[in-house]
Design a protein around this ligand. Structure first.
Ligand code: GEK
Length: 243
């Protein structure tokens, strides 16, 4: 396994910018990439631990869907200390899962973690109390989102929660303001205009943001009793949906 490094994937001019994929090259620089690209990420991760501590129930499972290298998984594991519950962490990128396994091994929290390399649209859910989609739903085709949320809501025990973090789109002029602020965030974190532009064209067909209203309506339709935003930084938001 090669060392983790700084994200320079889009630093040089590319003849052709391919669609973004969670491959080996991305997995290698992922912690640096996500921290410098997603405003609020470093706050959200430990809060996922707190939310897990509050909502996880004994004798249930917790799911981390789109676990990448396991940052959210390990926060959930910390939140499960002293509880009789286990984690199923799922990602369909072999490069991510391979590295995630390494981090889980190095971590000495107690809760059992099962790593699954699979598409989250294909897994069968067992009775669960906390499900995390930390910046993962946004990568699914839009038509696949409601069926997944319905299956999650069906599997959650009463009082169970979904932690849903997403990049947002805004229906009005707030879109331009928030997007500019996001680019400013990336520039402040050392990305050049070329990197920002090339990453943007790589990701625009792959990451499909929706409005907050669309998310809230879909959560309600899926069977959640209520949902609210517990964190927002620019156009990145994290919601809690309670069954
Ligand atoms: C974190 N939660 O560090 N099935 C399974 N995995 C998928 C699918 C799918 N259909 N689509 C995308 N992924 C993490 C960060 S990253 C967010 C999550 C980002 C996976 C994909 O392979 C990647 O690892 C992850 O979802 C999204 O808290 O890169 O912006």
């Amino acid at each position: 396994m090669k060392d983790l490094g700084p994200d320079t994937l889009f630093a040089s001019p590319l003849d052709r910018v391919n669609d973004f994929a969670f491959d080996e090259a991305v997995a290698r620089v992922f912690p640096d990439m996500i921290q410098r690209s997603v405003p609020g990420y470093t706050t959200i991760i430990p809060m996922i631990g707190l939310l897990t501590e509050r909502y996880a129930q004994n004798d249930t499972r917790c799911y981390d869907l789109g676990c990448s290298l396991g940052a959210s998984t390990l926060a959930m594991r910390h939140g499960l200390a002293g509880k009789r519950a286990s984690i199923v962490a799922v990602d369909n990128s072999p490069a991510m899962i391979e590295r995630c396994a390494h981090y889980i091994e190095l971590n000495n929290e107690q809760a059992p973690v099962q790593l699954v390399c699979e598409d989250i649209r294909n897994i069968a859910f067992e009775a669960c109390s906390v499900v995390t989609l930390n910046f993962t739903l946004q990568f699914l085709p839009v038509e696949n989102r409601a069926p997944l949320l319905t299956r999650i809501a069906d599997a959650l025990v009463p009082g169970g929660v979904l932690i849903l973090s997403e990049k947002l789109r805004f229906a009005d002029e707030e879109q331009n303001e928030q997007q500019e602020l996001h680019w400013l965030y990336k520039r402040a974190n050392g990305y050049s205009d070329l990197e920002i532009a090339q990453k943007r064209s790589a990701i625009e067909k792959v990451l499909l943001p929706e409005t907050l209203a669309t998310h809230q309506q879909r959560l309600q339709d899926a069977g959640f009793a209520r949902s609210f935003v517990w964190y927002q930084c620019f156009n990145f938001v994290s919601m809690l949906a309670i069954k």
